[in-house]
Design a protein around this ligand. Structure first.
Ligand SMILES: [Zn+2]
Length: 142
């Protein structure tokens, strides 16, 4: 029973990964960031990358990394079918993440990568991390 639930959950995450944009974690993070009064650009192309959020003036980019597609150390799972294909594909994804981060940093951007599971745990905390990096964190007793 539990195994079945996990499998369908993984499958759902894979499907949302294929979609690539506007996943549930991305949307909940955006909502929290917006609620803090922080404004960002979506679909803003920098070189060959298109981060999930771009704070142009502050030169900060944010990526939301899905646990499956980006090889989260805690939740990465390898599909049993076509194992070689998936190993190659997911390794390539991680390499590309690293290359993109290095490229952006070389161009003077700060890069914040947030795991999907961190947003699922608390989108509000993730938003506060962004606010802190922007030097705009508000004192809060929450
Ligand atoms: Zn994870």
């Amino acid at each position: 029973m539990v195994t079945g639930l996990q499998t369908s959950e993984q499958r759902r995450r894979m499907m949302s990964g294929i979609k690539g944009r506007d996943t549930v974690p991305e949307l909940s993070l955006r909502r929290e960031v917006w609620a803090l009064g922080l404004r960002y650009r979506l679909q803003y192309q920098i070189g060959r990358t298109r981060p999930d959020m771009v704070f142009v003036g502050a030169k900060l980019v944010v990526f939301v990394d899905g646990c499956f597609w980006h090889g989260c150390p805690l939740h990465s799972t390898m599909p049993k079918n076509n194992r070689e294909f998936w190993e190659r594909k997911l390794r390539r994804n991680r390499e590309r993440d690293t290359e993109n981060t290095q490229q952006l940093e070389a161009e003077g951007w700060r890069v914040l990568r947030i795991w999907e599971h961190e947003i699922r745990a608390s989108a509000a905390n993730c938003a506060r991390r962004i606010a802190a990096m922007l030097g705009k964190i508000k004192e809060s007793t929450e």
